[in-house]
Ligand binder design. Structure first.
Ligand SMILES: C[S@@+](CC[C@H](N)C(=O)[O-])C[C@H]1O[C@@H](n2cnc3c(N)ncnc32)[C@H](O)[C@@H]1O
Length: 152
């Protein structure tokens, strides 16, 4: 992945920004402390049914970004596609099927400068780096829900 400059997310009240890592690529970081159970983002999703995903989506870069969804798969728009993976994540997520959005929330208090990571589950398709939150406490009950390649 190529390096990019730090991008302040101007419209975001929590002071989040995108930073780039040589192995992990872009990720979401906070410039302010966040308390436990803070709603971090509400990401709208684009839905693909199983047939569309099998014929097209899985053969593209979308395969690295899609979540399992009722009836198929979903691409999260905005921050939802930018969270990197950590074995012990500091952010969890809940699918709102009816409204076609995913809500992301902190699983514990998060300090300034930390990367916000979710768990993709146990079956990764890339070599996991030493993500900052990997040694922190916390868990996500949503692991089994994440994405096509993160599936099983
Ligand atoms: C949903 S995207 C996350 C955003 C991505 N970093 C970007 O810049 O577009 C998933 C991809 O991020 C990278 N990634 C996420 N977590 C990682 C980790 N812990 N170690 C290494 N790469 C990671 C992998 O390349 C993976 O395919």
């Amino acid at each position: 992945m190529s390096h990019a400059e730090v991008i302040p997310l101007a419209t975001h009240s929590l002071g989040l920004e995108l930073r780039s890592h040589p192995q992990r690529g872009r990720g979401v970081f906070t410039t302010k402390p966040l308390s436990h159970k803070t709603l971090v983002d509400v990401s709208p999703v684009l839905l693909m049914d199983h047939d569309e995903y099998s014929a097209h989506g899985q053969h593209t870069i979308l395969d690295h970004y899609t979540y399992r969804w009722e009836g198929g798969y979903a691409l999260a728009l905005g921050l939802g596609s930018m969270f990197n993976h950590a074995k012990n994540p500091n952010v969890g997520f809940i699918r709102d099927i009816a409204n076609a959005v995913i809500r992301y929330f902190t699983l514990r208090a998060i300090e300034t400068g930390e990367e916000l990571c979710i768990s993709y589950g146990d079956h990764l398709w890339f070599e996991d780096t030493d993500a900052p939150s990997e040694h922190e406490q916390g868990s996500s009950s949503e692991d089994e829900w994440f994405g096509k390649v993160m599936l099983e």
